[in-house]
Ligand binder design. Structure first.
Ligand SMILES: [Zn+2]
Length: 370
């Protein structure tokens, strides 16, 4: 569990005594967008258990209580490597259409519970596809789940396909071909579609520049891109991501180490997709208090707050906004950040405008519009 919370610099409604409970309720009800959310990191432990039972897979326990320590990363997690080990148990359960459709649908339900109005969910199809379950099949299953989620819970969404660093060029090419076929940002808010590309996996062993040709082709085709960079090691991958003209950066935690790069990120208005608790759990930062989110903000870096892996970490987006309170953000600033995150969505401008209006109206109804 995170350390006890001391709320600073926060304000709710004038005349209303600020309290941690009020803040939490306000942050939960506030309209939000999650733009860095891994599908396979977002499972409920109960769903992991049911998927395993249905598929005859033996887990290290037979109840939600017993398996939770195996499918959620404990605060004692020592590294990104240890963090990723959890996925070795989860991912093999996600290699058929019913499983992917179900978890995409449940993600929408979980988003609706804390008023996430729009989610951009990402996954690496090479990890889910098999000889009989193709990359295209994975995409269709995820889109089906998200479409049902839109219908039942009103959560709009888009899919970002991840290339995976440890997989060879041939496999990544397969995903990239599917990306080109399914790319449909014009669907906007009315129908979930594939809206962008990411590069995920071990950034220390597989430098971003090895994937430059994919980014160049994406750019030529008008495909929006993001890239996990500067999450675990140094700034070389950040530099590469900027050279490849990404639209957003996944994490970027190490950006503080290079003042020149930081200035460039500010100048180009490239948002960092920050996952505060994720960075604490993977030991990217030694503890919550050391997280650079506030320092980025003070230096004008566009930041967004995201879950990264809500299921594996055992958090939701409200928790991440609450963590930001501890870093010195006020509730007003967090509302402004939430509204600002809409600007960075991989959506047509007209849909971003529509969503911005919706957010503003809801924030006004909460009585604390930024
Ligand atoms: Zn991530």
């Amino acid at each position: 569990m995170p350390p006890p919370r001391t709320v600073k610099h926060a304000s709710v409604k004038p005349g209303r005594p600020p309290s941690a409970k009020n803040h939490l309720e306000l942050l939960r009800r506030m309209p939000k967008a999650d733009i860095h959310c891994h599908l396979d990191g977002s499972l409920r432990p109960a769903t992991v258990l049911e998927l395993a039972r249905e598929r005859g897979v033996k887990l290290p326990g037979d109840s939600v209580e017993e398996i939770t320590p195996h499918v959620q990363v404990a605060p004692t997690c020592r590294s990104l490597r240890e963090f990723l080990d959890v996925f070795d148990l989860i991912v093999p359960l996600l290699r058929d259409a019913p499983a992917l459709e179900r978890i995409a649908y449940e993600l929408c339900e979980d988003c609706a519970l804390e008023n996430i109005r729009h989610v951009e969910v990402r996954y690496a199809p090479v990890l889910n596809a098999t000889a009989r379950f193709t990359v295209d099949d994975t995409i269709e299953a995820v889109l089906r789940g998200l479409s049902r989620g839109l219908k039942d819970f009103g959560v709009t969404s888009g899919v970002i396909l991840c290339l995976f660093r440890s997989h060879g060029p041939q496999e990544n090419r397969r995903v990239f071909s599917a990306l080109k076929r399914f790319f449909k940002p014009a669907n906007g808010l009315s129908k979930p579609g594939v809206v962008g590309m990411d590069l995920a996996g071990d950034e220390a062993r597989y430098p971003t520049m090895e994937y430059a040709s994919f980014y160049e082709e994406a750019r030529a085709r008008g495909i929006r891109t993001t890239c996990h960079a500067g999450e675990t090691v140094g700034t070389a991958n950040l530099q590469a991501a900027l050279a490849l003209e990404v639209h957003r950066i996944g994490h970027g935690t190490h950006l503080m180490e290079d003042a020149r790069l930081l200035k460039e990120v500010v100048r180009r208005n490239i948002p960092l997709e920050i996952g505060i608790t994720s960075n604490v759990r993977t030991k990217t930062v030694p503890d919550l208090r050391s997280h650079p989110a506030r320092r980025f903000y003070d230096q004008g870096v566009p930041i967004t707050l995201n879950t990264d892996d809500r299921g594996v970490i055992g958090i939701d987006l409200t928790h991440e906004y609450e963590a930001a309170l501890e870093l010195g953000f006020s509730v007003q600033e967090l509302m402004a950040l939430s509204l600002k995150s809409v600007d960075h969505l991989f959506l047509p401008a007209v849909d971003r405008d529509r969503l911005r209006k919706k957010f503003t109206k809801e924030l006004e109804s909460l009585g604390s519009a930024p």
